[in-house]
Ligand binder design. Sequence first.
Ligand SMILES: [Zn+2]
Length: 241
Amino acid sequence: MRLSDAVHVLEFEGPFRGTRVTVHPVLLVDPQGPLLVDTGLPGQGDTLRRLLAQKGVELAQLRWLVLTHQDLDHIGNAPEVARGSPAEVCAHAQDAPYIEGQRTPLKLAPERLATLAPEARAFFEEWAEHPPRVRVARRLEDGQRLPVAGGVRVVYTPGHTPGHLSLYLEAHRVLIAGDALVVADGQLRGPRPEVTLDMEEAMRSVAKLAELEPEFVVCYHGGLFGPGAAARLREIASAGA
Ligand SMILES: [Zn+2]
């Protein structure tokens, strides 16, 4: 789905934990080179290449890769992007050690996997043995601006993971929320407790996002919501869940 010439919400569909799911990386097109936000489901680099090609972008042209956080379904094809492009890989310092492989990704930790149903556990255990790893060239901080697509503001939104980032496209009033929010059944909703490591912190992050008053929100799970996202976001923030 194309929000403007510069903002493309990708529909990345594929197998994940025993079922088929759709996730939504975002491609920002800019004369200086494209920026990709998150990389799709692990081990499916061909799908990512195909989706980029549909937008007229080759993997090798990517200039930036922003990883919103360390989870497998977001960093899945980051190693392939790093191998196949000169893209500068960016993430928050709190999640970088997990993305770089210095620490076991938090949701692949044995004590967390032990709580899952057998099929999902087997899937994640396999990935836990060889998680995707990529060097993070640039640590992004809250409030930083990237000179892409009319200006992208980095918004630090911890809770889902300690280093979760969102991006706000000021010129377009589009919020790329990663997993800080979800869209389900056509409605914008707060973070999912079962996959959120710190709900209190995640709700503080939602309040921070509401202050941006975005017209559109793109969630990695559920895709695009809007126009009129600001009012719904205020509702979620004031309900506290
Ligand atoms: Zn996710």
